[in-house]
Design a protein around this ligand. Sequence first.
Ligand SMILES: [Zn+2]
Length: 86
Amino acid sequence: MYPLLEVRLVRPLILEKDSIIMSKDETLLYCSNCQKKVNWHVKPVNHSRHLIIAICTLGMWLPAWLGLSLLKLKYCDHCESTLSGD
Ligand SMILES: [Zn+2]
């Protein structure tokens, strides 16, 4: 009965899907260890391990924990070494 209203409701979902596809960055990065362009991945931060270290160091590990959580280091799919550049 109201086709225009239907389109407006469906559209945001489609746009959201597109942005997810676009944000999936599949560009290759040069790995100095493999000496070629490689696929890479971002490792999830092991928060439970960082919590234990933070407790052991009486909170002195907290800045490092925060830094590692924000940095999102890229790792080579082949040799697991960190990749520099963007
Ligand atoms: Zn590599």
